[in-house]
Design a protein around this ligand. Structure first.
Ligand code: DAH
Length: 359
């Protein structure tokens, strides 16, 4: 609505803009229009007194009307902004609160253990190899010198696949397909792939027909190790595995080797480390013995070398197998292996490497 005066009409777009202003801009505009010293309308009003009588009335009325319209627009916008602020506050949004750090995840404790173990062996010059989780009976058992009637091959222990016979050629074919029960078949694949010297670690998942309880899982991780060359002896095995224990646990960790039996090693042993919770005095975690078993190992059996076409007169080797899930329990003092499969963030945060967070 025109005021009849171009100078006053020039202010109309600013009147229309008032409903869009935020709190600070609104205050600034109020001062610019109605401020006592420099307000544009205040200045216009001051000129009224200088005009001739007739003109004074008309122009005075126009300025006052416009001033009223501005005042009403300022009051309306101010009320609207107040209402908006109250709505925000009652909705529980406090914009002055400091930001929350965002959770971006952490390494799973078992992943961390696998990476560390593999890293220690890599420092010693070991390569890393992997093999398939679906294996033939030959790779999983027979090539590793299990007799054909070994109880581990029973359906009670091993998960067989209801699938057509293996597609691989030659003597490795045939037999049933199964989910590998250990990572030892990767030893066979590695020795097939390249002649000695062999120094390899082989991480992976393995499967057994076991019910889940506090210390068993039907699917769990293993890391296999293998060194084959001329002149390799039990001294190499002990020195390497002791070095591993010192690096992984601590430089003062005591170790011991106990005689054991595996079809694919001769002699065979199990390696214990001093209990990481009680340091040898005996506690529930180590069943009072002061020791924790961490792996099986031994000198590669002559029959295994022969099965992959190596001459046992020329080559000797040693091997080990350990379970990172079990080792994670020992290292972090976790009482139940099932905790490692759950998604309980309190547990994972307590034992995991702290997740990187963004501010
Ligand atoms: N394959 C064995 C198991 O699953 C572990 C093992 C023992 C692996 C001795 C080895 C070894 O390479 O030498 O129980």
């Amino acid at each position: 609505m025109s005021t009849g005066y171009p100078d006053l009409d020039a202010l109309l777009p600013r009147l229309e803009a008032i409903p869009t202003l935020g709190p600070d801009a609104l205050e600034a505009e109020h001062t610019a229009m109605l401020g006592r010293k420099s307000g544009a309308l205040t200045a216009a009003l001051k000129t009224v007194a200088t005009l001739p009588v007739e003109e004074r009335k008309r122009f005075g009325a126009a300025v006052n009307q416009l001033k009223t319209r501005f005042e009403e627009a300022f009051a309306a916008r101010s009320a609207a902004l107040d209402a908006e602020r109250r709505r925000r506050e009652s909705a529980g949004v406090d914009l002055t609160m400091p930001g929350r750090r965002r959770w971006t995840g952490a390494e799973h404790p078992v992943t961390r253990v696998v990476d560390e173990i593999v890293g220690i062996f890599r420092e010693l010059g070991f390569a890393v190899a992997t093999g398939p989780e679906v294996e033939t009976e030959w790779y999983n058992f027979l090539a590793l010198n299990f007799p054909p009637d070994h109880p581990a091959m029973d359906m009670h222990d091993t998960l067989y696949l209801d699938a057509p016979a293996a597609v691989e050629e030659g003597r490795h074919s045939g037999g049933k397909l199964l989910l590998r029960t250990h990572t030892s078949p990767v030893q066979i694949r590695v020795m097939h792939a390249a002649p000695p010297p062999v120094r390899v670690v082989m991480p992976g998942m393995v499967y057994r027909n076991d019910a889940m309880d506090a210390s068993h899982l039907p699917a769990f991780s293993q890391i296999e190790g293998l060194a084959v060359d001329e002149g390799i002896s039990f001294v190499d095995l002990k020195a390497t595995l002791n070095h591993f224990a010192y690096r992984f646990f601590s430089p003062v960790t005591k170790t011991r080797f106990r005689p054991s039996f595996f079809p694919f090693t001769e002699p065979s042993a199990e390696m214990d480390v001093e209990c990481q919770l009680c340091h040898g005095t005996g506690c529930p975690a180590c069943k009072g013995t002061g020791w924790m078993e961490i792996l099986g190992c031994g000198m590669v059996h002559e029959a295994v070398l022969e099965n992959v076409g190596l001459d046992p007169e020329r080559y000797t080797g040693w091997a080990f197998g350990m379970g990172p899930h079990r080792i994670a329990l020992l290292r972090y003092g976790v009482p139940d292996i099932r905790l490692l499969l759950g998604g309980d963030m309190r547990f994972l945060e307590a034992v995991g490497r702290p997740g990187r967070t963004d501010p």
